[in-house]
Design a protein around this ligand. Structure first.
Ligand SMILES: [Ca+2]
Length: 447
């Protein structure tokens, strides 16, 4: 499934508006709607009345989808930036609260679907910041526009017709059926067709309501992960040390599909073989650990070597459970964020090997601090909202230029340090700063 943060959404939408969008669809949306209507006989579960009711007046989101899909943070950001925001102290603390509050439901979910509480809660945390950010686009408009961008895709059409069916049957209410630009909705962001297949009850009331009921969203995620190949009681991966000559076996993105597909591959080897090659856990202990739980690796477990930043950075041996998470959103950055956040929620030791950069990524609190310092330096049109929008990027670029640095628009630890050091020379624009921004700035400064 493809999805993103609303802040990123808005940023892309604004960029698309400013540039006149990257590609204007040739055919009006109405033409595509007419084409899809002719396919109704193949989707008998959806009535013509339903189709007409919910496609009438649909927004054409195709330009937005095209811009957003080429700017997904999973692939555009340095991985240490992506992970720093998604596994920051705030997200760990809030995830621990969810673990405590939903302990009974999560226990039942693990019993039923075999996926542990920390993993399921980590998905919730990364997908929607624990239900806080669900997306703002009508799911019908998003799935319709996405289907119209590639009419030959039966999967895209299936999600669109599934969205119509959910409305027709009253499973969701039109005014609440909103999600990402790709059409993923609910607290753990499901595409409509995937929800139809994997929707699961978590609170005892038999329907699955992933918009309003946290236990249902968690149960649906667990059921889906199990369906994607999750093995109960097995590590997603462990950080490792390895002999340098193994570095060419690094398996990124599609290269670790062999973990579940049983295709012959040099890159997916059983743990015993990695062990014989000299790979150990990062603390030097043996790879094989057989007690049931998040650290378990059996000698016969298939595993692949994952070094997202190459041989100079951290390395993990990842298992079929990592592959199950990867299939949830098809990006190593995403799967690693889930694995590392789950580890943090369990209180496991943090990643030991640093990322190979002298300019580490920022937590969300630190990013808001950067924004508040930018406002203090006279970038008065900027909102302290934690979102990477065009105004923030322009202000960062201006400061990089002032400092004589390469102009990137990216804020890392170095820029934060420089802005803190310059704080005494603040230009100030208090009169122009909205009250909400000023209060956010002061709160971030105390975090
Ligand atoms: Ca329920």
């Amino acid at each position: 499934m493809v999805r993103l943060w609303i802040s990123h959404c808005l940023c892309v939408a604004m960029a698309a508006m400013q540039t006149g969008a990257t590609a204007q669809p040739v055919e009006p949306l109405a033409g595509c709607i007419a084409t899809l209507r002719q396919e109704l006989p193949q989707h008998r579960e959806v009535t013509a009345q339903t189709f007409d009711t919910y496609t009438r007046g649909a927004q054409d989101l195709r330009p937005l989808i095209e811009s957003a899909s080429s700017a997904q943070p999973e692939f555009q950001l340095p991985i240490w930036d992506y992970l720093a925001r998604r596994t920051d102290a705030q997200r760990v603390a809030q995830g621990k609260e969810v673990l405590a509050q939903e302990a009974a439901a999560l226990g039942a979910i693990e019993q039923r679907h075999g996926v542990d509480a920390a993993t399921v809660v980590a998905v919730l945390g990364v997908e929607t910041d624990y239900g806080r950010v669900g997306g703002a686009y009508p799911v019908v408009d998003a799935t319709l526009s996405r289907a119209c961008l590639r009419l030959e895709s039966s999967e895209r059409k299936q999600h669109f017709f599934a969205a119509l069916w959910l409305l027709q049957e009253g499973v969701v209410k039109p005014e609440e059926f909103k999600g990402s630009w790709a059409g993923a909705f609910g607290m753990t962001q499901f595409m409509p067709g995937t929800f139809l297949r994997f929707g699961s009850d978590g609170d005892g009331a038999p329907t699955a309501d992933i918009i309003h009921k946290l236990p249902d969203a968690l149960a649906t995620t667990a059921r889906y992960l199990r369906g994607l190949g999750w093995t109960p009681g097995l590590a997603w991966g462990v950080e490792v040390k390895l002999p340098a000559e193994l570095a060419p076996l690094n398996a990124l993105e599609g290269d670790h599909a062999c973990l579940l597909d049983s295709k012959p591959s040099d890159k997916c080897r059983v743990v015993a073989r990695w062990s014989l090659s000299g790979v150990t856990r990062v603390d030097g202990t043996p790879l094989v650990r057989s007690e049931h739980g998040p650290g378990r690796l059996d000698a016969a477990t298939p595993a692949a070597l994952l070094m997202p930043a190459g041989a100079a950075g951290p390395a993990w041996l990842v298992t079929p459970n990592y592959q199950a998470i990867w299939r949830y959103n098809r990006a190593d950055a995403y799967a690693l964020a889930i694995g590392l956040l789950a580890d943090a929620l369990r209180g496991a030791p943090p990643q030991r090997t640093p990322w190979p950069t002298d300019d580490p990524g920022l937590s969300r609190a630190e990013f808001r601090e950067v924004q508040s310092l930018l406002v203090a330096r006279g970038h008065c049109d900027l909102h302290v909202d934690g979102a990477t929008g065009p105004r923030t990027s322009a202000a960062i670029q201006a400061e990089e230029s002032r400092l004589g640095w390469p102009v990137t628009g990216r804020a890392g630890a170095k820029l934060l340090a420089a802005l803190r050091a310059d704080h005494g020379a603040a230009l100030g624009c208090a009169a122009a700063v909205p009250a909400s921004a000023a209060s956010a700035a002061s709160s971030s400064a105390t975090q």
